[in-house]
Structure formats: structure tokens, C-alpha cells
Ligand binder design. Sequence first.
Ligand SMILES: Nc1nc2c(c(=O)[nH]1)N[C@H]1C(S)=C(S)[C@@H](COP(=O)(O)OP(=O)(O)OC[C@H]3O[C@@H](n4cnc5c(=O)[nH]c(N)nc54)[C@H](O)[C@@H]3O)O[C@H]1N2
Ligand SMILES: Nc1nc2c(c(=O)[nH]1)N[C@H]1C(S)=C(S)[C@@H](COP(=O)(O)OP(=O)(O)OC[C@H]3O[C@@H](n4cnc5c(=O)[nH]c(N)nc54)[C@H](O)[C@@H]3O)O[C@H]1N2
Ligand code: SF4
Ligand SMILES: [Mo]
Length: 713
Amino acid sequence: MRTEQVTCPLCEATCGLDVTLDGDRVTSVRGDAADVFSAGFICPKGASLGALHHDPDRLRTPMIKRDGVWESATWDEAFAEISARLLPIIAEHGKDAVAVYAGNPSVHNTSTALYGRVFFKALGTRNFYSASTVDQIPKHLSSGYLFGDPMSIPVPDIDRTDYLLLLGANPLVSNGSLMTAPDMRGRLKAIQARGGKIVVLDPRRSRTAELADEHHAIRPGTDALFLFALVNTLFADDLVTLDHLADHVTGVEDVRALAQPFTPEAVEPITGIAAGTIRQLAHDLAAAPSAAVYGRIGTCVQAFGTLSSWLVDVLNVLTGNLDRPGGAMFPLAAAGQANAQSGRRRGFAHGRWRSRVRDLPEVMGELPVATLADEILTPGDGQVRALVTVCGNPCLSTPNSARLADALGQLDFMVSLDVYLNETTRHADVILPGPTALERPHYDVALYQFAVRNVANWTKAALPTDQPQEWQTLLRLTGIITGAGTDIAAMDDFVATQFAARTGVEPAADLTGPERLIDILLRGGPYDLTLADLLNAPHGIDLGPLKPRIPDVLATPSGRVELAPPPLTEDVPRLVAELTNVQSGQMLLIGRRQLGSNNSWMHNLEPLVRGKNRCTAQVNPDDAERLGLTEGGTATVRSRTGKIEVPVEITDTIRPGVISIPHGWGHDTDGARMAVAKAHAGVNSNLLADELLIDALSGNAVLNGIPVEVSPG
Ligand SMILES: Nc1nc2c(c(=O)[nH]1)N[C@H]1C(S)=C(S)[C@@H](COP(=O)(O)OP(=O)(O)OC[C@H]3O[C@@H](n4cnc5c(=O)[nH]c(N)nc54)[C@H](O)[C@@H]3O)O[C@H]1N2
Ligand SMILES: Nc1nc2c(c(=O)[nH]1)N[C@H]1C(S)=C(S)[C@@H](COP(=O)(O)OP(=O)(O)OC[C@H]3O[C@@H](n4cnc5c(=O)[nH]c(N)nc54)[C@H](O)[C@@H]3O)O[C@H]1N2
Ligand code: SF4
Ligand SMILES: [Mo]
């Protein structure tokens, strides 16, 4: 029996776990009490890492589909198949004929986070898609223009703040997002214990709203109006205090002018938040010794996702809370912090190219996944004919998923790097599995860039594996595309040389793979750490609380926070038009996250699905009565794109006029191989999400506030 320390890669919280092994069997997974960041915290998903590792349905060998029948294959056979089928498509139709979809776990996986882009660069396709456009791309877009770098996303300094205003986030269930912070309950309760206040804006009384000091049930999709009314009040009541930011901000007067139409009275009937409440919140925010405004997925996956994301930081600036302890601050990770690299380009632009069919803008080199099906289904020059998915399940995660599934069925070729034969990978011709979290080293190169404390933690592989690591698979694929062949070591040396050139340090002679790259990033990073330092610290290294980083962090053309950048403010007239939109009483669909779910992919683990069916439609008692819905009965929910039947749960935790169905369910598809998930199938709420509803600025999908018709039966 032995116990290994493993950083959990499942969500953004980066908890340190103690994994106890008896030979190659996992006997227990517990929170690591000595972890410098998580101090013993664990959630049900982390506790299921053993079940995931031992899941008999998890793929352990490559799979090739021939004449519709899946066969286990060797790695060489799988790569030969890919070479034989992908290269002719590129030769005949060009690089853009191959699309990529990178899913959420690709960011949580050191191999794919570091080597994915090597492969994607080799592919050179403009048809790059990811889960970011059903998630946080609006926040990257607003940050790119405000601060000059789309990775410069301020996080609430939650451990020191006196006032936290949360919109569209439920960190007690999600464990935080764009805010890496294990044990949210502990951290939120600590705010209250030191006399601080938590306010939640959410159409549902979520767990976080239950704990908060105030909850206001906002109408879905109206956050930008609410936030603008706070801005309006700050100006009207002379509450704007830039303080230490005074010399570092431009555009304040432009914002004042733009905020004019959005009085609390004007937004009240649309947001459902009383004008008096809005005024009070603005005064509380301004009066708090320190405060942070934080918006997450509820504010992003809506029609005004970018404006909401922008206004969150406008409020942080206008109250003098940006970049100061207890406010919203810029982390400084030990490795790979994008906005700390030397020789950065100044300025940011999106829309450098546009999608072929719907003319949607590129943001950070990617196109909106809401238009992936269009690009596959619409004939003509530049049509997508092949797809590579990396850790993604877009058939459950993206809008109008029935149409996307149809589109995937029409591809000439599809490869999936994935660990399950599921709703998406069933459409593939080749599936390449990767090792589990216990069989690979890990360093959270992406999420530490959003941590509320600067920390660094390296995980050694707890168990050996005879499968290739995913970085090796990605380099093999790179070799196929570039013609460089099968010499992975040589390609890896080349990658390391490039990393070294960027950071100005020599690659270590005795390391390879992610170990070598992380070592380079650490040594070239702000704390002069080495991989050896982290290997000597299995519970992590605490690098202290966040420190102010303005002006150095700013990369805008002016070198200041550009508070009213035209590419964002050009969208304000669309929001002004909302002020006169007549409210129809239409039911609006929103989602909700659940402790035992991880988007779509952990429902094959018995410990996470046992108990009553969680895939229910929550409705308010008033709506239930009006619509004739009964507790435990069935509701038929229709939108422009589809129709689903789902069990009804009547609860006053949800605002009237709103119906909530969690996403990531719907595991009854033929051709998937996930026995437990199939027995707890639920329904796919993204059959109802309309791919035509997007945030105009970013192309991000609208997944909350979807107009639906609801009827019994
Ligand atoms: N309606 C609605 N839809 C939503 C959302 C919502 O709130 N409402 N949320 C959106 C958000 S925020 C996100 S991030 C997306 C997520 O969208 P996706 O990333 O497309 O979906 P996931 O469910 O995370 O699927 C992850 C896939 O990766 C595979 N996988 C897991 N671990 C590994 C690994 O180590 N290696 C490899 N190769 N594969 C692995 C799993 O088997 C699964 O196929 O969903 C979005 N969709
Ligand atoms: N257990 C669990 N944890 C997860 C995940 C998971 O699937 N399960 N997924 C992970 C991923 S990929 C992400 S991106 C994060 C997301 O992390 P969070 O953003 O904290 O996610 P949610 O729990 O979906 O919280 C969103 C909240 O927004 C509310 N909401 C919906 N529409 C609106 C609106 O228009 N306005 C406002 N103000 N609120 C609205 C919803 O009711 C919900 O309570 O969670 C991560 N953590
Ligand atoms: S909160 Fe996130 S990181 Fe922590 S154990 Fe749960 S899934 Fe893992
Ligand atoms: Mo996400």
C-alpha cells in the first residue's frame, strides 16, 4: 500500500488529493490535508478518480471503425489509418478542410495543453473550434480590449475581499471558474466571518445564493442592463473613485455617456430587479472597503455575453477595486503566465478572419462552435470534410446538437482523442485513448493563471502505463501531417528549443516531454523555480497572495486600461434597443450544474449517478400551475431546434418564467459504449439550444435564456 499526491485535473479548483494504491488498484482517494492550496478539500468528482481509472468502459487501446464495426487496433495500425485517410483530404481540399474541436478537459491535461497547439499549428486550419465558444470567450474578448491581452482576466481576491458581487456563477457547485480556488464554501464563509458581504444575481436560488447575504433573481440574459444601471448610478450619485488607477485608465467619460440611457428605472421592468435595489447595490459596492464584481458562465453564454463581461470589469475599475488587495486582481503564475512573457505584442484584435458560411468573427484564433455544423454541411470551396476532436463531446455540449450529430455523420473522416466511445466519438473512424489522471504527470499550466493565490504543484504519474502519453500521440499526429515521420524524440527536442528560445533558458539535458517544458517555463518564470523544486514539494509550493500588477500587466496600445474600446462599445446600441423590447411572458430555458456531473462525461461512474434522476426540468410553482405541470410528471419542452420530454420538479428556488434543465445528459444514443450512463441517460438539453442565437460580438453560443414552449405530457 502506498499513497501518492495527485492534483485533481477534473475542474478548475486544482485540489491536492491523496490517492492510496494497493498494487495497481486504487483503494481510496481523499483530500490531501497538507496541500498548500486545498488543505484537504475534495468533492464527489475528485473522489471518483479511482472509479474513472477502473471503469471497464474506458478505452485502453485505439479503435478503428471498419464498415461500421469497431475493432481494437494497435497504435501503428491506428496511425496508418489516419495517415491513409487524412492526408488525401488535405492534399485534395487544403488544410481548412480539416476542422479541430478541442474540448474542456484538453485545458486540464498537461499533455494536450502543451502539445495540442503543436499539432494544431501543423494542421494550420482556420477551422479551429473549442468549448471556449460555449463558455468564456466573451471574457477573453472583453479582457483583450480592456487590458491588451485576452488572458489578462482579473480574478476576485476572494481571501481578502469585503464585498463579493457574483453574477451567473454557482461556485459552491462548480467549485469556481476563471477563479481557481479550492474549497469555495470555506472561502465564502470566511468573507462573512470577517464581516464581509456576498451578493448573488441568479435566476435561481442556487446553493451559492442560499449561502449569500443577498440574492436577487434576475431575468435571464439581462445582466448587461443591470450592470450598466450600476454604472449609471455610480456616475449619477458621484460614487466613481478611481484611486490608484487614475493615471492608468482612459475612456471614463465615454463610459459615463454610454451609461446615460440605463437608469435603474429603465432596466427594472426588463431585469426584474427593482430600481431601489440597484441603487442600494451601487452604493454598497462603492462604500465597501474592498469589493470584487465577478461574473461567470451565466453572464457569458447569453446574447450580451461580451458586454456583460466588459461591464463587470468596468465596475471593478470605477470603484477603484481593480488591481488592489480585496478587489479583482491579476494572478502571476509560476509557469506560462501569458501576460508576463517578455516581448509581448501590444494591442489585441478579433475578427482577423471570419467563418465561411455565417461570416462570424475569429476570436483568439478560433471560430464559434455554433457554426461548425454549417461549415460541414454547406458545400463549396473550404467545406469541412474531416474533423479531429481532442477531449470534446460537442454532440452533447454545443447548440442544436442533433444537427451537429447529422453533420458528423456526413464527414469523410473523423479522429477523436478520447477515453470513451460516446455520443460524439461514435461518429469517428479512429479513436485514440489517453492514460488516466493517475497514469500521467500533471501541472496545471492553464488554471494557475487564474488562481486566487499564486501556487505551483507538480504531480508525478501515480501509476505506470503501457499506453503512450497524449503528448506522444499528438507528436505522432504532427509527424503525419508535416511528413516529419515517427521520430517523436526529435520533434520533442524541437518543441523544447522553441520554448527555450521564448523564455531565454536552456532546456534541461536530462528531461523530456512535459517535464522538460514545464521546467523551462518555471525557470523562465517570475519565481525562478525548477521542476526539481516542485518534485521536492509534493503538497505544492505557496507563492503568496496576489500582488498588484498594473501598469506592467497592461498591453493595450495606450499602455492603460482602455475602458471604452470601440470594438466593444459598438455593441451598446444593440443593448439600448433591449430597453424598449416588450416582454412577452415567454418561458426562458437556463441550465444548472450539479456536484456529481462534469459537463457530459462522468455519468458512466456509478458513484456519481446513483440516487434519483437529476436530469429534471425545474419550474416555479406559479408556472407549474399555469402550464398544468405536475411534480414528477413529464414536461414537453420545445424550441425552434427541437423537442424533449423531461420529468418536472416544482420548486420555488427558480424565478417565474424560467425553466432549468442541466446540460450534459442524453446518453441513450445508439453506438455509444457507456453502460452505466445509458442506464441513467437523461435528456440532452442542447437539442433545444438554438445555434442561431449567439452573442453578436464574440459568436459565443446562447445557452441560457433560450425561448421555449412548455406543455404537460
Ligand atoms: N446547455 C449548456 N451547454 C453547455 C454548458 C452549459 O452551461 N449549458 N456549458 C458549456 C461549457 S462551460 C463547456 S466547458 C462545454 C464542455 O464541452 P466539451 O468539452 O465538448 O464536453 P465535455 O463534456 O467536457 O467532454 C469532454 C470529453 O473529453 C473526454 N475526456 C475526458 N478526459 C479525457 C482525457 O484525459 N483525454 C482525452 N483524450 N479525452 C478525455 C470525455 O470522454 C469527453 O468525450 O459544455 C458547454 N455546454
Ligand atoms: N460539478 C461541476 N462542476 C463544474 C462543471 C460541471 O459540469 N459540474 N463544469 C465546469 C465548467 S466547464 C465550468 S465553465 C464551470 C462553470 O462555473 P459556474 O459559472 O459557477 O457554473 P454554474 O454552476 O453553471 O453557474 C451558473 C449560474 O448562472 C445562473 N444563470 C443562468 N442564466 C443566467 C443569467 O442570464 N444571468 C445570471 N446572472 N445568472 C444566470 C445559473 O442559474 C447558474 O446558477 O464549472 C466547472 N465546474
Ligand atoms: S473540486 Fe474540482 S479539483 Fe477539487 S476534487 Fe472536485 S473536481 Fe477535483
Ligand atoms: Mo466550461
